[in-house]
Design a protein around this ligand. Structure first.
Ligand code: C2O
Ligand code: CU
Ligand code: CU
Length: 490
């Protein structure tokens, strides 16, 4: 194992694994896969669906019968799956029972900046927050997680993360597998590391150049999970909920599966593949077919696309990991299908472009040479317009790019057609070093000259270090305002 210090600041040091991590064939699948409960809701007088979410600390028996200190929402570890339909008004009573400030950001959601749950909506210890908005976007697998300035990695690592499933008339009318926990499964994939006391080890984890990499994988918080399959087709809602690790999902026998949805929702038609790469924050819905009586393992294979900087491949790109074992029953129900046509294709390729911008990510903590400053609004976009953002990873490490409030279309990668897996709506895209990604997005509905949305690298160590910027959406005639100075809650 080597350690190298780049630059003068000590925290820029990093260390890397001296060999690739291989766990295939070595994981005992002896724990049933946990399925996060569906969040309960009540209806208030105005007809809004109200969810209570309490952020808390606790302990969870994860390993060798020992209690590991964890954080969760409405429980000790992770959070319930929130489900709402397009057109519904949702309201949340969020209570922070931790002894430090945190927030809940709705990753992938189109909503007013004041409800976004980013660094400007931190909830003080013992404090409450009541965001409310109308869900108005296509059916999709979104997620929620904290976003406090500089501490997001730590909070996600402890266990603050959950899925947010949006349904709509289209998704409800399709024959896709859709029985939650039976043939439609959330899969929150996260790497962790345990110390000798079976506690989460995060020694120096959030300061290293490639970010934190754990050597044991939890799915929905379960180590060594298995799932009993009772249907021929199963839909997996894959979420890379890890801080830094890249996964290239596939199966132990190399079988093909169908990609049916990307970050922002269903594809027009499914795409068949035998591997699917997701960087932190990205989601995908896949449908896989099983034969009666068989056992197959969901794996992460070495990455398709490299991160070959001057120093090697990073973020676990070479690792081979066993994630979850699927055990098919002797007879399987067969009532679902992958339909010929599903969602709508992104349509911004021919849109009139109001503005082009360029973003260069480099140096652990910077975009276009600057680190995040919560009081600095980097630019304003006009409501109702389409912009094209040209994004580039200018160093040898792994980065990706996430934009709040919108879903974007990947128009081109290095001037060519984007790969199939990037052809649907996306809100997070991995950036292979030195390639140019052209992203088109439309800003609509919500304006606020003072309260910004974020764009950032979703390698959480990088985000926390400042690889993030802020933009506001301006209504007609509005000028960029000033971020209100809030009392920092931590
Ligand atoms: Cu999932 Cu700004 O984050
Ligand atoms: Cu987000
Ligand atoms: Cu990064």
């Amino acid at each position: 194992v080597g350690t190298l210090v780049l630059g003068s600041a000590g925290f820029l040091g990093y260390s890397w694994y001296d060999s690739k991590l291989v766990t295939t064939g070595k994981v005992d699948f002896d724990n049933p896969l946990a399925i996060p409960p569906l969040a309960e809701s009540t209806e208030d007088a105005s007809g809004a669906r109200v969810f209570d979410l309490e952020i808390q600390s606790g302990t969870t028996a994860l390993k060798d019968g020992a209690e590991t200190e964890t954080w969760g929402i409405n429980g000790a570890f992770l959070g319930p799956t929130i489900r709402a339909k397009r057109g519904e008004e949702v309201a949340f009573a969020v209570r922070n029972s931790l002894d430090e400030g945190t927030s809940i950001h709705w990753h992938g959601m189109h909503l007013p900046a004041v409800m976004d749950g980013g660094p400007h909506q931190e909830v003080a210890p013992g404090g409450d927050w009541a965001p409310q908005w109308t869900v108005d976007q296509p059916a999709a697998t979104l997620w929620y997680h904290p976003h406090p300035h500089g501490r997001t990695a730590k909070h996600v690592y402890r266990g603050l993360a959950g899925m947010f499933i949006v349904d709509d008339d289209t998704s409800e009318g399709l024959p896709l597998p859709s029985e939650y926990g039976v043939d439609d499964l959330p899969m929150i994939v996260q790497d962790r590391k345990f110390n000798g006391d079976n506690q989460f080890d995060d020694q120096g984890a959030f300061m290293s150049m490639q970010g934190f990499l754990g050597d044991e994988i939890t799915v929905n918080g379960t180590l060594g999970p298995y799932f009993d399959v009772s249907t021929r087709l199963v839909r997996l809602r894959l979420l890379n909920g890890s801080l830094s690790r890249l996964y290239n999902f596939g199966f132990s026998d190399g079988r093909a599966f169908s990609l049916v949805a990307t970050d922002g929702g269903l594809l027009p038609e499914s795409w068949e593949t035998d591997s699917l790469q997701l960087s932190p924050g990205e989601r995908a819905e896949i449908v896989v077919a099983f034969e009666p009586g068989e056992t197959v393992v969901l794996r992460s294979l070495p990455a398709d696309e490299g991160y070959s900087g001057p120093l090697g491949r990073f973020n676990g790109a070479d690792d081979e990991l066993d994630l979850c074992e699927f055990r098919a029953a002797a007879t399987l129900a067969d009532e679902t299908a992958v339909p010929e046509s599903m969602g709508t294709a992104p349509d911004l390729a021919d849109a009139e472009v109001a503005e082009e911008r360029s973003f260069k990510l480099a140096g652990f903590s910077q975009i276009n040479g600057e680190s995040m400053d919560p009081q600095r609004i980097d630019f304003g976009v006009r409501e109702g317009t389409v912009e094209v953002w040209e994004v580039m990873n200018n160093d040898g490490f792994m980065h990706n790019f996430h934009v709040h409030d919108v879903q974007f279309q990947v128009l081109a990668v290095d001037g060519g057609e984007p790969p199939e897996r990037l052809r649907g709506w996306k809100d997070t895209v991995q950036l292979v070093p030195q390639r140019e990604y052209r992203l088109a997005m439309r800003f609509e509905d919500y304006t606020d000259p003072n309260l910004p949305y974020m764009y950032h690298c979703h390698i959480l160590a990088h985000e926390d270090a400042g690889m993030m910027g802020q933009f506001v959406v301006l209504g007609e005639g509005e000028e960029i305002g000033q971020v209100p100075v809030t009392d920092s809650a931590h």
